[in-house]
Ligand binder design. Structure first.
Ligand SMILES: C[S@@+](CC[C@H](N)C(=O)[O-])C[C@H]1O[C@@H](n2cnc3c(N)ncnc32)[C@H](O)[C@@H]1O
Length: 290
C-alpha cells in the first residue's frame, strides 16, 4: 500500500534505471529537484484562505469543523500516499475525507457516536478502497490508544505517520453533554490536563521522526485573554514533541453567524478594550527519531 519505506534523515536521491528522478524527504513526496513547481504548498507562517473549500464530500455541516485546505496543506508537507493520518478529535470527518481524496489512510477517534455514524455515511460515497477506520471512544483514555493500535494492526502498520489534533477550544463551543468531552471541562487546568492525556496517546501511536499538527484558538474569559494555543503547545512539549512552527491562520469561513452579531462584537471590542479574534493557530510538532 505505502511506497517503499525511506528511513534516511537527509534528502534522498531515488535512482531508477540510473537516472535521478526524485529527491524527497522520508515524510512526503515533494520532489526537491522540482521545488519551484510547488507554488500551491504554503511555506510561510501566515495562512489566509478567502473561503472554505466545498464539494468532494466536504460540507460546513458541523459548527467547529476546520476548513479542508488545512488538511490538504498538512498532508502535502508531512505525508506520502498510503500513510496513516491519526485524528483524535475527528468531529465531522474533514481529516478522513481529505485523506481519502489524497490517497492517504485515516484512523479517526471521536467521542460522539452519532458523528461516527454520520462520517461513515459520508465516506461510503467515495472510500471505495476502505482507507479509513473510525473509532467511537474518549481520546483521553488508555482504551482509545488500544483501539487505535488494533486499527493500525488491521491496516498492517505499527504506528501512524501523521497526527492531527483539533480539540475543542475549551468551552467556546459545547460539543455534547458527555463528561469526558473536553468542551465540558469546568476549568482551564482540567482542560489542559485532559488535552495532555490525548497528546500522550497521540505521541504513543505516532512513528518516530514523524510530524503532528495542533489546530487551536485562544479564548477570552472574565475580561482576560486565555492563551489556550500556547498552553496546549506546552503540553505537547511535555509529552515529548518538539515545536517546529507556529502558523497563524485567518478564521474566515469558520463563522456561521455574521452581520448583526459581528456589529455587536465590534461594539463590545470598542467598549471593552480588546480585539476580536480573526485568527487561530496551526502548530507543527515533530516526534524525534529516537
Ligand atoms: C473542534 S472539533 C473537531 C472538528 C474536526 N476537525 C472537523 O473538521 O470536523 C472537536 C471534536 O472533539 C470531540 N471531542 C471532545 N472531547 C473528546 C474526547 N475526550 N475524545 C474524543 N473526541 C472528543 C468533540 O465531540 C468534537 O467533535
Amino acid at each position: 500500500m505505502r511506497p517503499e519505506k525511506n528511513n534516511n534523515s537527509e534528502a534522498t536521491l531515488q535512482l531508477i534505471r540510473g537516472t535521478i528522478v526524485k529527491k524527497t524527504k522520508p515524510y512526503n513526496d515533494i520532489d526537491l529537484n522540482s521545488w519551484k513547481d510547488y507554488d500551491h504548498i504554503e511555506t510561510g507562517t501566515l495562512w489566509t484562505f478567502s473561503e472554505r473549500a466545498k464539494g468532494n464530500g466536504h460540507k460546513f455541516d458541523y459548527h467547529g469543523n476546520y476548513i479542508p485546505q488545512i488538511a490538504e496543506q498538512l498532508y502535502s508537507r508531512y505525508t506520502r500516499p498510503g500513510d496513516i493520518v491519526l485524528d483524535l478529535f475527528l468531529g465531522s470527518g474533514t481529516s478522513a475525507i481529505e485523506a481519502v481524496h489524497m490517497k492517504r489512510r485515516c484512523i479517526g477517534v471521536e467521542i460522539k457516536p452519532e458523528l461516527i455514524e454520520k462520517v461513515e455515511e459520508k465516506l461510503q460515497d467515495f472510500d471505495n478502497d476502505n482507507l479509513t477506520r473510525l473509532i467511537c471512544q474518549d481520546s483521553t483514555s488508555e482504551r482509545a490508544c488500544e483501539q487505535v493500535h488494533l486499527a493500525l494492526d488491521e491496516l498492517g502498520e505499527e504506528k501512524a505517520q501523521f497526527l492531527v489534533l483539533h480539540p475543542p477550544y475549551a468551552d467556546i463551543i459545547r460539543f455534547s453533554n458527555k463528561k469526558k468531552d473536553l468542551s465540558n471541562c469546568t476549568s482551564t487546568e482540567e482542560f489542559l490536563e485532559k488535552f495532555k492525556n490525548v497528546a500522550q496517546n497521540g505521541y504513543d501511536c505516532l512513528e518516530n521522526g514523524r510530524y503532528a499538527a495542533l489546530i487551536i484558538g485562544d479564548k477570552y474569559s472574565k475580561g482576560e485573554l486565555v492563551p489556550l494555543g500556547f498552553y496546549c503547545m506546552q503540553k505537547m512539549n511535555e509529552v515529548g514533541f518538539k515545536t517546529k512552527s507556529i502558523i497563524v491562520k485567518n478564521i474566515t469561513g469558520n463563522e456561521i453567524g455574521k452581520g448583526r452579531a459581528s456589529n455587536l462584537w465590534r461594539y463590545r471590542a470598542l467598549a471593552g478594550g480588546f480585539y476580536i479574534f480573526k485568527h487561530e493557530y496551526v502548530m507543527i510538532f515533530e516526534k524525534s527519531k529516537k
